[in-house]
Design a protein around this ligand. Sequence first.
Ligand SMILES: [Zn+2]
Length: 276
Amino acid sequence: MNDISARYAFAVVGFDREAVVSDLCDMVSIRSENPFDGPPRPGYRENELGEFLLARLTDLNFEVGSREVAPGRPNVWGRLEARSKGPSLMLAGHMDTVGTGSYDNPFAPRVEHGRVYGHGSCDMKAGLAAYLEVARLLAKSGIQLGGDLLIAGTADEEWRLAGSRDMGRKGPGADFGIIGESEPLTEVAPLDVPVESPLAQATVRAFEAVVGEPAIVRAHAAATDAPNPGFPTIIFRPGSLEQAHSLCEFVEMNEIEIAAKTYLRVAMELLGRVTW
Ligand SMILES: [Zn+2]
């Protein structure tokens, strides 16, 4: 076992499924539909979801910030500052969801058969819940990364991508980015990032180490924030694209666990020196 494998193994023992489910259910119940051209109003609460993320990240020792990209519609982020100045990684995800259509109780999350059901559970609050678990695993294990880890929530992915565009112009930036957007679990989608790039390769290696199966690298088939932040960004997350925008959306808990563990391992590998 090399250095990272031993420390990674130590850290992931602390994976806390209950905390992940609890965060995800909290986020599903914060209704954050994209208001499109309308103002934010009841039912369109990206802002409240942002506040939830900021509170969690503050508790986990991140330095937090936010900036409105439209009135009442912020991007939010937290930075876990490293003592050394290795490369930085941002785990980013959109906070808005599409509209709900007509299914029952979309904002009353349900946990059943290893799945979390609810509007936005898959697209993409599960990704945000996985990021928070990465932050918790780092805090619990005492592992210090060799470069900064950022966790960010963007506004308006489902309409004009105003959040990620704003981030591309005004920051924060990073050397590498991952967006936990709905994707078949075994696939790493590098978009405009070469398959041979350190980011794509680290993600493939991390996934294979976590799951013990090969990852598939392919282009992503839907619009996302990924090209906009202004730094190399890939899509990697559990949950199928069919679930996103579906009328009975769910995410498999196992997939969130694999994603969180993969993100952690990618961070440990890409950001360089890791100390306890
Ligand atoms: Zn999405």
